[in-house]
Design a protein around this ligand. Sequence first.
Ligand code: NI
Length: 225
Amino acid sequence: MRKTLFTASLLAAALAAPLAQAHQAGDIIVRAGAITVDPREDSGAISTAVTGSLAGSSATLDSDTQLGLNFAYMVTDNIGIELLAATPFSHDVGVKGLGAPLDGKFGSIKHLPPTLSVVYYPLASQSAFQPYVGAGINYTWFFDDKLSSHAESNSFSGLELKDSWGLAAQIGMDYMLTDTLMLNAQVRYIDIDTEATSNHSSLGKVKVDVDVDPFVYMVGLGYKF
Ligand code: NI
């Protein structure tokens, strides 16, 4: 509720603001806000050294919200370079289709998905409303992969996810509240593909390919230097 009131008062301030000078070559823009990584995971079947691929089985991931940061530099009035950073995301990993008692929470992972993009602002710099599109490259670093106690008690050991390189695309908008302060909203799609591996005492090495491919949403405030 408090968040809603805060957003409403920001919007009221935005609508009342006079036309502000928006982005220009040489500007440095720093944005901060709430960022959600929502995996649209497409999992292959889980395979084990003993059984091979297990039809109908898959891995799942939940979503997570953290503090997101953007650092952008305007190369021209319309084109900028932007780095996406965030505090580490944490996702629960589940397995299904293996049957009881193996199905359920398998573990948790953390990742950082730094993304470097070129962004294009089509509108003239006098416009207070600045929509943009961007495309870039992502590196996702998985770390702190941990098995759940459920998986450990079912004779699994170890969990490891491969890091991923992929392309990213985004749309967003800045709305200048003053000459330097802006509201920002953005959505991006990041191509993140990984392979998760674990070990089972009788099934041997257990593997699954997962296309994580999340939508990433961020809403926040920006400041122009
Ligand atoms: Ni993918």
